[in-house]
Design a protein around this ligand. Structure first.
Ligand SMILES: Nc1nc2c(ncn2[C@@H]2O[C@H](COP(=O)(O)OP(=O)(O)OP(=O)(O)O)[C@@H](O)[C@H]2O)c(=O)[nH]1
Length: 426
């Protein structure tokens, strides 16, 4: 109990320490005052007792002194000294000389305070009073304390028992009604904090409605507010995220479309929409390698519009462009999906045919030539006709590279032009 009092472990014990320290202080003050009053009262009562004793023994001592009976005086003094309130006895003769000096304590262990009663010893002779000396009876503070302390020790024991019982009763009451619910409240709040779970609610067990329940309700309202706030923030964040995702997806799609356009622009001829020279040769080179690996033939058809300068000069550059577009569309419609078709520059076009030998290529080229020479186009109300010369080379005969195929096809084309144009040279 003492250790718990000095080093309290919980709130109720701390409160008890404060309350009981105050209680102890007040009790000590009141008890000290009571003790002082009791001490004074006891001292008065002992003085009275000494006086009564003097009254009683003055006669026999005076008689013994008158009769010079020292033995009787001594035995009377010895009897007096046995009384518990007597600490010493002095007898003085009529001249003030100390004839008897008796103390029940040694000089070394003298009591703190000594008090005494003095009375004259007289003898009556023929109606006259003769002074024989004086009698002094001593008592001390120890006698008073002996009496007072007995009563007070009983009081102190009662007080200690009362204090201990009260202390534990108060500790129990504070524990039951304050410390334990507070501990429970703290542990539940701590759990919410540790798990970051604001959906949880504080629920104190076995509690009547009081300030703690009010505190619990306030905390729960606070948790509800936090939970709502968090949900709103989450919704906002989700909305922002999906908006961001949509924006990114849209942007990615736009970028993809732009890339595709850029790629197409880089690969295709801007006027006719078919492959440009660079991408045509790149693809043709790749296809030729595949044909060689599969040991199958490939053919290169090189086409050049005849007298195109004249078309431009006669109908204008714009009409010339229309002719180029018409040519590309017409040829494109007559080719297979797998045939490679590109504009190699100006009015020069190329076709690369995989798995196709010279005969087949010639057959196709002539079909194309005829289709062009029979075609007419209307531009600004004017009818334009034009022809194409074609040179063909095939990899069937030699292991040509794409550049060699092209060069040789160009020579054939030159031959076709030489032969009067609108002609296919193989
Ligand atoms: N309208 C138009 N003309 C072009 C384009 N590219 C080249 N040309 C013209 O095509 C003409 C080609 O002329 P030439 O090389 O002399 O050949 P050609 O007149 O067709 O005569 P041959 O090839 O010998 O039959 C030039 O006048 C160029 O300006 C183009 O994109 N649009």
């Amino acid at each position: 109990m003492v250790t718990r009092f000095i080093r309290p472990k919980n709130l109720s014990q701390k409160m008890m320490r404060v309350i009981f320290s105050i209680y102890l202080g007040v009790t000590l003050l009141i008890t000290s005052m009571q003790f002082l009053t009791e001490y004074m009262k006891t001292q008065d009562s002992i003085l009275n007792e000494l006086k009564q004793l003097e009254e009683t023994i003055r006669g026999p001592i005076s008689t013994s002194l008158w009769q010079y009976n020292q033995n009787q005086v001594n035995s009377l003094i010895a009897g007096i000294l046995k009384l518990p309130i007597i600490q010493g006895v002095d007898i003085f003769d009529k001249d003030g000389k100390n004839t008897i000096y008796e103390r029940i304590y040694s000089p070394a262990s003298a009591p703190l305070s000594i008090f005494a009663t003095t009375s004259d010893l007289k003898w009556s002779l023929n109606g006259e009073s003769v002074l024989l000396g004086s009698l002094v009876l001593y008592s001390s503070s120890e006698v008073i304390l002996d009496r007072v302390l007995f009563g007070f020790s009983l009081m102190a024991i009662t007080e200690i028992i009362k204090l201990s019982v009260l202390f534990w009763l108060f500790v129990w009451a504070f524990d039951r009604y304050l410390a334990t619910p507070l501990k429970e409240l703290m542990s539940q709040v701590n759990e919410v904090q540790m798990n970051q779970d604001v959906s949880k609610r504080i629920n104190l067990s076995n509690m009547e409605y009081n300030e703690l329940i009010e505190l619990q309700n306030h905390m729960n309202s606070m948790l509800s507010a936090i939970e709502k706030n968090r949900e709103r923030l989450l919704e906002d964040e989700q909305a922002k995220r999906s908006w961001l995702e949509d924006a990114v997806a849209k942007r990615t799609e736009e970028l993809q479309i732009s890339n595709e356009k850029l790629e197409k622009l880089a690969k295709n001829d801007s006027l006719t929409g078919i492959l440009n020279r660079g991408s045509f040769f790149e693809a043709a080179r790749h296809l030729l390698i595949l044909c060689k690996r599969q040991k199958s033939p490939a053919s290169f058809i090189l086409m050049d519009l005849d007298n195109f300068k004249m078309v431009n000069d006669t109908y204008g550059h714009f009409s010339g462009d229309k002719v180029l577009v018409h040519f590309a569309d017409t040829i494109h419609d007559l080719l297979r999906e797998s045939d490679l078709f590109g504009r190699l520059g100006g009015e020069e076009f190329g076709i690369f045919l995989s798995d196709t030998g010279m005969d087949e290529a010639f057959h196709l080229a002539d079909k194309l030539r005829k289709a062009i020479s029979h075609a007419t186009i209307e531009v600004d109300g004017k009818t334009i006709t034009y022809t194409v010369s074609i040179g063909i080379e095939s990899s069937e005969l030699e292991d040509y590279s794409i550049d060699e195929l092209f060069k040789r096809a160009d020579l054939k084309l030159y031959g076709a032009k030489e032969k009067g144009r609108d002609y296919v040279e193989r």
